[in-house]
Design a protein around this ligand. Structure first.
Ligand code: NAD
Length: 486
């Protein structure tokens, strides 16, 4: 049985309360280990360690020295690739091909990219003549914000955590990470990496626990925290924003979505179906950027439904390391119950179930896992629950459209605005639409293709702020203006 300890000031520690909770493998419901829940005392200690590190060795490093350490972190993640892979797969049940191609490599890349960013980003400078005939030179200096609270979800644990820890540290901050209660392993393991590369104590801290009344709330309400970066549900982000109001602390929020795909009749059919299969079903639909609403131009509507049905039915559920496994379980029994509840709602509201809608028949050894079938619906109005609400499961509703104007209205009629994918050969039309769709990220003939130098984030209730490349510096540093008169 494993133990997941808090990582505070360079050391693994249990807790004063003795409270633990279980880390469950969603493939079969087995217990992976016990997680030591951080109370107020542990969160206080972690924040104090992070504050002290700002004034210690870490705070005195040059950018080049900091970057050398971060490069070593990326190298050590790659060297221990298999440890991270095993830990991530045990916590999430995701197929090996996904974790090995997406989660772990991006975990390392997220440190590497921000080394390049911080080394090569200039600050502005302006010259002006003063009324008395002298010169005033203004220039910007970027300083770290201080202690950053990093609150993470469970769907891409290492990837999304390092997406924030990488730039936070590159900018000279220190962090206290609160990983999801469902996926404690890789954040904990990263502590070993930090010690191995000689990261000063207190720069990277991890506190385990839940949200309200637990580590998440204690951390985000902590007056010693200078900024909060969060990825998760919009409801949680709202609570965090309220907590951040005390002390007027900045937030960066990457939250829920109800992403649409728009498929025109002139699309490259094969590319479109291949891409939609991924965007609807990859990671069992537990990707914030995933597609849950597919709008198809009427002439090819039936053809798209039939092709996607065939693909959904070929998504073989199974063990992460089996070669023919195409889809893993949902993260937990709780999430499975939520998704199955929405599958039922779709049926109750009159959906045509093209495929799926329930739990797949699994062998006895996996019966206690959190499995659901990839599911496709048609025939619902735009007001139906599964067309408006985020499900975060392997499912989508497909509906036909007749004009660009009509589909634009439907895509935008949602409170979320994270991502969209447009499929067409008419690149002028695609660009025209991309400028009008109210989202932070728009793909044309692609999905989840990322250049880490570009801004990432959501519009409307999907988020506040942009992270990625130089945009991350907006949140992780404070831009100070210096003016000298001579
Ligand atoms: P969640 O909001 O339930 O939990 C996220 C984290 O917040 C967890 O660590 C949790 O313990 C913590 N938390 C919960 N309540 C809190 C509180 N009151 N104060 C402080 N911390 C609190 O989200 P989840 O279920 O882990 O993740 C799924 C959600 O994340 C989906 O809505 C998905 O769309 C979203 N997501 C968004 C992005 C993005 O980039 N926009 C990426 C991945 C996931």
């Amino acid at each position: 049985m494993k133990e997941f300890l808090n990582f505070i000031n360079g050391e693994y520690v249990r807790n004063a309360s003795g409270k633990t909770f279980q880390d469950i493998n969603p493939v079969n419901g087995s217990v992976i280990g016990n997680i030591y829940e951080a109370g107020q005392a542990e969160v206080d200690a972690a924040v104090a360690a992070a504050r002290a590190a700002l004034k210690g060795d870490w705070g005195r490093l040059s950018v080049a020295e900091r970057c050398k350490l971060l490069d070593a972190v990326a190298g050590e993640i790659n060297r221990r690739f298999d440890d991270f892979l095993q830990a991530e797969i045990a916590d999430t049940g995701k197929p090996h091909h996904l974790a090995s191609h997406v989660d772990i490599p991006r975990g390392a890349a997220n440190f590497q990219i921000f080394i390049d960013t911080i080394k090569s980003t200039a600050t502005e400078s302006f010259n002006m003549r003063t009324p008395d005939g002298k010169t005033a030179l203004s220039y910007g200096v970027r300083v770290p914000r201080g202690v950053i609270a990093v609150v993470c979800p469970w769907n891409l644990p290492l990837l999304l955590m390092t997406w924030k820890v990488g730039p936070a540290l590159a900018c000279g901050n220190t962090v206290v990470v609160k990983p999801s209660e469902e996926t404690p392993a890789t954040a904990t393991l990263l502590g070993e990496v930090m010690n191995q590369v000689g990261m000063p104590k207190g720069v990277y801290n991890v506190v385990h626990g839940f949200g309200p009344g637990s580590a998440g709330e204690f951390l985000t309400q902590h007056p010693g925290v200078n900024g909060i970066t969060f990825t998760g549900e919009t409801r949680t982000g709202t609570a965090i924003m309220k907590a951040a109001a005390d002390g007027v602390r900045p937030v960066s929020l990457e939250m829920g979505g109800k992403n649409a795909a728009v498929v025109f009749a002139d699309c490259d059919f094969q590319v479109t179906i291949d891409t939609l299969t991924r965007s609807c079903f990859e990671n069992a639909g537990q990707v914030c950027l995933g597609t849950e609403r597919v709008y198809v131009e009427r002439p090819i509507f039936e053809k798209v439904v039939a092709a996607l049905k065939e693909r959904a039915e070929a998504m073989k559920p199974g063990l992460p390391f089996d070669h023919d496994t195409k889809i893993g379980p949902l993260i937990s029994k709780k999430h499975q119950a939520k998704v199955l509840g929405l599958y039922k709602t779709a049926k109750d509201e009159g959906a045509t179930i093209v495929t799926g809608g329930g739990v797949p028949d699994m062998p006895d050894a996996l019966k206690d896992g959190s499995w659901v079938q990839p599911t496709i619906w048609t025939g619902l109005p735009e007001t139906a629950t599964v067309v408006t609400e985020e499900i975060f499961g392997p499912c989508c509703h497909i509906s036909p459209f007749d004009s660009e104007e009509e589909v634009l209205g439907k895509v935008n009629a949602n409170r979320y605005g994270l991502a969209t994918a447009i499929f067409t050969q008419d690149i002028a039309r695609a660009n025209r639409l991309a400028h009008q769709i109210e989202v932070g990220l728009c793909w044309i003939n692609a999905w989840f293709l990322r250049d880490l130098r570009t801004p990432f984030g959501g519009s409307k209730q999907s988020g506040i702020g942009r992270e990625g490349g130089v945009h991350s510096l907006e949140f992780y540093t404070e831009l100070r203006n210096v003016m000298v008169k001579f």
